[in-house]
Design a protein around this ligand. Structure first.
Ligand code: HEM
Length: 478
């Protein structure tokens, strides 16, 4: 490399180190554009890399420090993206409810492009008419009424998992919940047992986390950039998904109509009215979205709930009393009789929201917190920090399921939103709550869990909030 370039790089590196990170006023970025306070933008590639490295280490703490420094809404442009970051319930309500028609899913930038590479035009990514059509096609299969029909499958899968747990054995509860929720969602929604294929789905999930996590901001050629092997992982999981679709399409029409699972309901119009039905590729995008969104989140919610119960013996004793009062394994009809089980899950998803951040793209000029948000800006809603705000949740770090008990103080709108809010609220919410309640109650009926003594529990945030290094626990039979 010519000497002058080496010197230039060293110079850039020195400047990157020396640039002070101090709050800048609105005028810093764009004359005439009124913006909330925020850190100075990265001014060169090295500064950007340093910034990404810092985020990658602990994105949640990084953002928390920024809220401490700049308040509820800060401005942090990233490359060409005008990025606004908020934690305040009023701002969230403005974006997700009041001005929802002005915002949609991000269509620009590297992270959006990578998300699309995995999930195509699936529900999580799409906008406008396509989203509306797809959401109405999928909604009925995940409605409150429909999910009752899936409960037995969830219970069967759970009992089969628990039958494999040996008292005194070390179990990675995070892995166990991942395998269980994957099996439950695929059996319930696609009438397919994924047991032989969990490695392929886990591989796709890992690649997905890498490709859409903090390092996704970096170019692919960097050695610590996002996985370059994502294509293989994706091809493996595509084989499963297209196999399922083609299997259904090959079925006799009446046999297909008689099947109650969501996949059959979505495939039927492809047989009956192919001109109006969704394409095979779009159905693949929706199935992959439901595969990934439908198990990873629920599995983390359960793992964190089991961990929190294990570290709060008084809550554990009350939970045991609640499930023991049923006198048998919990069923769908028992859900109403398990209020504490539900409150534990609510509180676990407050402390560890599986989807900790939600992003929106402004398609039109909007206003949030009194600041103009120009069309083409991105708004990040850090609901993790909304859930950890002492203004809405006193002593926010404490695990207190009673916060969600009847008679507890009412929360401001959008102060608690593990499933998002508004029209794009999680389509799988009822399924997830039904499943998580049945699984938590079933585990509590049969086992008491404790984290293995030398394991340090820590969070690992990349798209979803997982426990770093799993959750090794010892199970004691009850
Ligand atoms: C505890 C479990 C779950 C949590 C915490 C969760 C969380 C969320 C959140 C916060 C959103 C909104 C994202 C946004 O506004 O940008 C969302 C959307 C979505 N979730 Fe979930 N989810 C869970 C379970 C599920 C399940 C079980 C399924 C499928 C069976 C699912 C499928 C989806 C889909 C397809 C969307 C996109 C909906 C749309 O944009 O119309 N999720 N989820």
């Amino acid at each position: 490399m010519p000497e002058s370039r080496t010197v230039a790089r060293a110079d850039i590196a020195r400047k990157a180190r020396l640039t002070p990170v101090t709050p800048r006023g609105p005028e810093t970025y764009d004359a005439g554009m009124r913006t909330p306070p925020g850190p100075p933008p990265a001014r060169n590639p090295l500064q950007l890399i340093r910034y990404v490295r810092e985020i990658s280490k602990d994105p949640i703490a990084f953002v928390g420090r920024r809220f401490d420094a700049y308040g509820d809404l800060y401005y942090a442009p990233l490359g060409k993206t005008k990025l606004y970051v908020t934690r305040h319930p009023d701002h969230i309500a403005e974006v997700l409810l009041g001005q929802a028609t002005k915002f949609g899913k991000t269509e620009e930038g590297r992270a959006a492009e990578r998300l699309r590479r995995f999930l195509g035009q699936g529900l999580l990514n799409s906008n406008g008419d396509l989203w509306r059509r797809q959401r109405s096609a999928i909604n009925p299969g995940l409605s409150r009424r429909q999910i009752a029909t899936y409960a037995d499958t969830v219970i069967d899968s759970t009992e089969a998992t628990l039958d494999g747990w040996r008292a005194g054995a070390r179990i990675d509860v995070s892995r166990a919940m991942m395998a269980l929720t994957l099996r439950a969602v695929t059996r319930a929604l696609f009438d397919h047992d994924v047991r032989g294929e969990t490695d392929e789905v886990a591989g796709a999930m890992t690649a997905f986390r890498r490709a859409t996590g903090a390092t996704s901001l970096l170019p692919e050629w960097l050695p610590f950039g996002p996985s370059r092997h994502a294509a293989d992982a994706l091809a493996a999981v595509d084989r499963i998904v297209y196999g399922l679709i083609d299997g259904r399409l090959a079925q006799d029409r009446d046999a297909l109509a008689a099947r109650g699972d969501l996949l059959s309901q979505l495939t039927l119009p492809m047989r009956d009215t192919p001109a109006e039905a969704m394409s095979r590729t779009l159905l693949r995008d929706e199935l992959l979205t439901l595969f990934l969104a439908g198990h990873d989140t629920t599995s983390h919610a359960l793992t964190w709930a089991l961990y929190l119960v294990s570290t709060h013996p008084e809550v554990e004793a009350s939970l045991h009393a609640e499930v023991d009062a049923l006198g048998r394994a919990p069923t769908f009809e028992d859900l109403e009789a398990l209020p504490l089980t539900g409150q534990i899950l609510d509180e676990a998803m407050r402390l560890y929201p599986p989807a900790s951040v939600v992003s929106r793209w402004a398609f039109e000029d909007a206003e949030v917190g009194g600041y103009p948000i120009p069309a083409g800006s991105e708004v990040l809603i850090w609901l993790y920090w909304t859930h950890h705000d002492a203004r809405w949740f006193p002593d926010p770090g404490a695990f207190r399921p009673e916060r969600f008990a009847p008679g507890a103080p009412t929360l401001p709108k959008c102060a608690y939103l593990p499933f998002g809010a508004g029209a794009r609220q999680c389509v799988g919410k009822h399924f997830a709550l039904m499943e998580a309640k049945l699984v938590l109650a079933s585990v509590a009926r049969r086992f008491s869990l404790r984290v293995v003594p030398d394991h340090v529990v820590a969070r690992d945030f990349a798209v979803t909030l997982a426990p770093r290094g799993g959750m090794p626990m010892i199970a004691t039979a009850r």
